[in-house]
Design a protein around this ligand. Structure first.
Ligand code: SF4
Length: 352
């Protein structure tokens, strides 16, 4: 795309965004030159890593109602933050969130740094998130390139090299398209295009503000771009989760533990469980007194897990550090989805 076409496409995208921007709780209305609170930009960008906008909205609203400022979040109990994150997945983000908030207070006087390089040194802030905070929260010359922006740019410039090799070409093309500094909302305009008219499955080119300059549209290859790498099969793991239920204080309760602070679901409340690469031991029958209730399948980023759920009513099996949690208040335990699903299975099977 030549310089003039890039300039015309940019202006058309900005004009379209001015009247069609998605209303999202971490944004401010386009135009007017105002810049959103960097704390809200940071929080939303961390939550949006690997997670859809629809899933993030209620979590963002609950978080900002409870911890409206960075100072409030820093003063929060770690266990409360992890519980509030439960269900959003990728729990290392929650631990990094707390570490990042504390570091910003300790080393930056409680104000987020505005430049990409310093932002990148914060826990849980990678290249994309640093660029997004710098561009959206500070109006800096930074180009955040997420999956939506990659798709729109690859199509506008008809970049046919497969990902991830195409990343450099996408970055160069985005730089050609990007407006002068201080236009953080251009990133949001492209994100909205990628989530709307230029969606991955069925681009609606007839409704697109940039179709007159879009090279993929002209060549009839929009659906095929960006070219994605072949999907790899995820390794399989197997595990067992234990539902140890007993009467406590006159009501049914279940034994919950906390996972080790580091690693998978680190620091989160959980059912006692073991997971491993082999299914040999999970094929053997449960020990006497244990009753197998079924299995759930859960897909993590790097592996797929089959978790067998077993039940016992022997309170003596509740050993080590843990707590008896009333089953009627399980919603408040902050269980991550894997264990919440295991708990639901145990409860459902128990009432059958
Ligand atoms: Fe995407 Fe079609 Fe617009 Fe090109 S014309 S940017 S392919 S929606």
């Amino acid at each position: 795309m030549d310089v003039e076409s890039a300039s015309l496409a940019r202006e058309a995208i900005i004009a379209h965004y001015a009247h069609s921007a998605r209303v999202l709780p971490w944004r401010i209305a386009p135009g007017g030159g105002a810049i959103p609170d960097p704390y809200r930009v940071w929080l939303s960008e961390v939550m949006l890593q690997q997670t859809t906008v629809a899933a993030v909205i209620p979590y963002f609203e609950r978080f900002t109602a409870r911890w409206p400022t960075l100072a409030a979040l820093v003063a929060a109990d770690t266990a409360d933050v992890l519980s509030a994150w439960a269900g959003l997945g990728y729990y290392s983000r929650a631990r990094n969130l707390i570490a990042c908030a504390r570091l910003v207070v300790a080393e930056h006087g409680g104000a987020f740094p505005s430049d990409e390089t310093t932002l990148r040194r914060l826990p849980g802030v990678g290249d994309y998130t640093a660029a997004a905070i710098a561009a959206i929260g500070f109006g800096q010359c930074a180009i955040p390139i997420d999956a939506n922006v990659t798709r729109v740019v690859a199509r506008l410039f008809a970049i046919t090299t497969p990902l991830p090799e195409a990343k450099g070409a996408v970055r160069d093309a985005a730089a050609q398209l990007w407006p002068v500094c201080g236009r953080g909302d251009f990133a949001q305009a492209l994100m909205d295009m990628g989530a709307g008219v230029c969606s991955s499955r069925a681009p609606r080119c007839a409704d697109c503000p940039a179709s007159a300059w879009c090279m993929a549209y002209r060549q009839g290859i929009a659906d095929a771009l960006p070219v994605k790498p072949a999907k790899k099969l995820k390794p399989e793991r197997h595990g067992r989760a234990l539902w140890i239920a007993a009467e406590r204080g006159g009501e049914p309760a279940v034994w919950l533990v906390r996972r080790p602070p580091r690693g998978l679901l680190g620091g989160m409340r959980a059912l006692p469980s073991v997971m491993g690469p082999s299914n040999e031991w999970s094929d053997t029958p449960p020990p006497p007194g244990w009753c197998e209730m079924g299995a759930i399948r859960h897909i993590f980023t790097h592996f797929a897990l089959t978790l067998v759920v077993e039940r016992s009513h022997d309170a003596a099996l509740a050993v080590g550090e843990g707590e008896w949690w009333p089953i009627s208040r399980l919603d408040e335990a902050g269980l991550p989805s894997l264990y919440r699903r295991a708990a639901d299975l145990a409860i459902m099977e128990q009432v059958r």
